[in-house]
Design a protein around this ligand. Structure first.
Ligand code: ADP
Ligand code: MG
Length: 328
C-alpha cells in the first residue's frame, strides 16, 4: 500500500469544507476570509540527517509549511510548534529557534502555541539510543474567500508552469551519496542551501491569486506532485523535458541523474501551477514582482495521463514518481 492509498483508504471522509485531506491546505471559510491550514512533520533519520544543522532545521521545519500555504495562495498568519526532543540541549535549542524565527519574522508569522515532550530512549542491539528528534508544525494562513485555490482547478488547455528550478535538493543528496560528481565548492553549497534552507514561494503564491487555476508545492518530486493536480482536476498533462528548469550544476550531470533529480527528486519547494494561456503576460508579471523566475513546462490535456516528451517529441520513461514513505 502506498502512502497515498493509505491516506485515501483510512483517513479520507466527505467534508463540507472547501478543501481538506488531499490538498496542500485545508480551506475553512470564516466570513470574507478563508483560513488555509496545513501541518507537516520532520523526523530525524527520515527527513533529515541526525547531525543536521539546528538553525537550518528551524528554518526548514517552518519553510515546508509556508510552502503549502503558498500553494493555496495564503498569506501566513501564525503557526504552532510541537517537538519531541531527546534532550534539552541549549545550544541546539538556541540555534533552532534562531532559524525558525528568522523565517517566521520575514513572513510576519507568529508562533502561538505547540507542545513539547521528551523523546523516549530506545534499546537497539543491547545499546540505549535516543528516540528520533521529531518536529511538527501546523501553519495557518489567510486568503480572501473569492481567491481560494486548490489542486483541483486545472482545465484542459491551461499552461503548466513551475517556479525557480527543480532537482538541486536531490542533487545535494546524490552528491552526499557519491552519485554526483564534478560540482565545484560554490555549486555544492548552493545545492545544500536548496536542500537545507528552502525558500517557500509565499510572495509568488499570493501574486498568483486569480491567475493560477490550480497549484501544488513540489515537495515529493515534480511528476508525483503533478499527478496530484491531474487526479484532482481530472485532466492529463504533456510536459516538455527540455523546458524543465535546472541549474547549470544539474545540467552537467548524466542525463539519467538529471531526470531523476528534476522529475522525481523531492524537497524543491517550488510552485507547480496551471494558468490559462490567456494569462501568460500576467503570470510573468506576477513572477517578476515576486522576484522569482517561472518556466512554462507544458500543457494540461483533456485526456487523462501524463506524458513527458524529449527535445524530439519522443516519449520519455516517466515511471519515476515522487517520494512515497510506504513504497515497497
Ligand atoms: P503535502 O506534501 O502537501 O504536505 P502530503 O503529501 O504530506 O501533503 O499529504 C497529502 C494529503 O494527505 C494532504 O492533504 C494531507 O493533509 C493529508 N494527510 C496526510 N496524512 C494524513 C492523515 N494521517 N490523516 C488525514 N489526512 C492526512
Ligand atoms: Mg504540499
Amino acid at each position: 500500500m502506498s502512502e497515498f492509498e493509505l491516506i485515501a483508504r483510512y483517513f479520507t471522509r466527505p467534508t463540507r469544507e472547501r478543501a481538506g485531506v488531499g490538498d496542500d491546505c485545508a480551506l475553512i471559510d470564516a466570513g470574507d476570509v478563508t483560513l488555509a491550514i496545513t501541518t507537516d512533520m520532520l523526523l530525524a533519520g527520515r527527513h533529515f540527517f541526525a547531525d543536521a544543522d539546528a538553525e537550518a532545521l528551524g528554518h526548514k521545519a517552518l519553510a515546508v509549511n509556508l510552502s503549502d500555504l503558498a500553494a493555496a495562495g495564503a498569506a501566513p498568519r501564525c503557526f504552532f510548534l510541537s517537538l519531541a526532543l531527546p534532550r534539552a540541549d541549549e545550544a541546539w535549542l538556541a540555534a533552532f529557534a534562531r532559524g525558525l524565527f528568522a523565517l517566521a519574522d520575514a513572513h510576519g508569522c507568529a508562533l502561538l502555541g505547540g507542545d513539547t515532550t521528551r523523546a523516549p530512549q530506545l534499546r537497539v542491539d543491547e545499546r540505549t539510543v535516543d528516540g528520533p528528534l521529531t518536529i511538527s508544525i501546523t501553519a495557518i494562513g489567510e486568503v480572501p474567500r473569492a481567491a481560494v485555490r486548490t489542486r483541483a482547478g486545472a482545465r484542459a488547455g491551461d499552461d503548466l508552469w513551475v517556479s525557480g528550478s527543480v532537482g538541486d535538493a536531490a542533487l545535494a543528496l546524490a552528491h552526499r551519496c557519491g552519485e554526483a560528481t564534478g560540482l565545484d565548492a560554490a555549486e555544492r553549497a548552493a545545492c545544500r542551501m536548496r536542500l537545507e534552507r528552502p525558500a517557500p514561494r509565499v510572495e509568488l503564491g499570493i501574486r498568483l491569486r486569480g491567475l493560477a487555476t490550480a497549484a501544488i508545492d513540489v515537495s515529493d518530486g515534480l511528476l508525483g506532485d503533478l499527478d496530484h493536480i491531474l487526479e484532482r482536476s481530472r485532466v492529463g498533462a504533456r510536459v516538455r523535458w527540455p523546458r524543465v528548469p535546472r541549474s547549470d550544476a544539474l545540467r552537467r550531470q548524466p542525463e539519467a541523474l538529471q531526470r531523476r533529480c528534476a522529475l522525481a527528486g523531492g524537497d524543491d519547494y517550488e510552485l507547480l501551477f496551471t494558468a490559462p494561456a490567456s494569462a501568460r503576460v500576467e503570470v510573468l508579471a506576477a513572477a517578476a514582482e515576486a522576484g522569482v523566475e517561472v518556466s512554462r513546462i507544458g500543457t494540461v490535456t483533456a485526456d487523462a495521463g501524463l506524458e513527458v516528451l524529449d527535445a524530439d517529441g519522443a516519449l520519455l520513461d516517466t515511471t519515476y514518481r515522487g517520494y512515497d514513505h510506504f513504497a515497497p
